[in-house]
Write a protein that binds this ligand. Structure first.
Ligand code: HEC
Length: 178
C-alpha cells in the first residue's frame, strides 16, 4: 500500500477505498474551483461606497455642546457609520464583506448622521439623543461585527455613563432654547 493511502486510512479509519479517495478528491477540487469562481464573480458586484460632502455648520460639533470626552467616544466608536467621515477599511473593497460594511454605513447614516445634525428638528434631536443613551446602554451600539474587528471601539460602562449624561444635558439645553 502506498504511503498516501496509509495517510488517508489514518484519517478515515480505512472507510474509503483508494478509488473512492480519488473521487472525493476530485469533488473537493471542483467545489474549490466553483467557490473561487463565485468569489471572483462577486467582486464585480460593487455597491457604491461614498462619503457625502460634510456641509459646514451642520455637524454635531458645530450645532451642539459636546464635551471633549463625549466627542472622543463618538469619534472612536460611532462616526464610521454615523457620519459622512467614514474611514473605509481595506476589506470594504472585497465582496462579500464589502456588501455588509457598506450596508451598515448606509443604514447607520440614514438613522443617525452626526454630520447632518443641524438638519434635524428639535423633536428629532431629542429622540436621537434619547436613542444614543438607550442603544449604548443596551449594548446595541457599536454593532457587534464592528466592535469585533475594531477592538478599541468597544464602549465601557464609563463611556455609556458619559454618553447618557451628555444626552440628557443636551436635551435640557435644547429645551431651554425655546
Ligand atoms: C458598524 C456601523 C455602526 C457603528 C460603528 C455604530 N452604529 Fe449605530 N447604527 C448602525 C446601524 C446599521 C443602525 C440601524 C440599526 C437598525 O435599523 O436596526 C444604527 C442605529 C443607531 C441608532 C438608532 C437611531 C434612530 O434614531 O433610530 C442609534 C441611536 C445609534 N445607532 C447610535 C450609535 C452610537 C452611539 C454608536 C457609537 C457608540 C454607534 N451607533 C455605532 C450602525 C452603526
Amino acid at each position: 500500500m502506498s504511503s498516501e493511502a496509509d495517510a488517508f486510512k489514518g484519517v478515515w479509519g480505512g472507510v474509503l477505498s483508494k478509488m473512492e479517495v480519488t473521487v472525493v478528491r476530485k469533488i473537493l477540487k471542483i467545489a474549490a474551483a466553483a467557490l473561487l469562481l463565485l468569489f471572483a464573480g462577486a467582486q464585480f458586484m460593487r455597491p457604491e461606497r461614498v462619503n457625502p460632502p460634510v456641509v459646514a455648520g451642520q455637524s454635531l460639533e458645530e450645532r451642539a455642546h459636546v464635551t471633549r470626552e463625549v466627542a472622543a467616544i463618538l469619534n472612536r466608536s460611532c462616526m464610521d457609520c454615523h457620519s459622512n467621515r467614514t474611514t473605509w477599511p481595506w476589506y470594504s473593497n472585497v465582496a462579500p464583506v464589502s456588501w455588509f460594511v457598506i450596508d451598515h454605513v448606509n443604514q447607520g447614516r440614514r438613522r443617525l448622521n452626526f454630520s447632518e445634525w443641524g438638519a434635524y428638528g428639535q423633536q428629532e434631536k431629542e429622540g436621537k439623543l434619547k436613542a444614543i443613551c438607550k442603544f449604548s446602554k443596551e449594548g446595541w451600539m457599536p454593532l457587534d461585527s464592528y466592535a469585533f474587528i475594531h477592538r478599541d471601539a468597544r464602549i465601557t460602562p464609563a463611556d455609556v455613563k458619559a454618553l447618557c449624561e451628555w444626552a440628557s444635558a443636551e436635551t435640557s439645553r435644547l429645551a431651554s432654547l425655546n
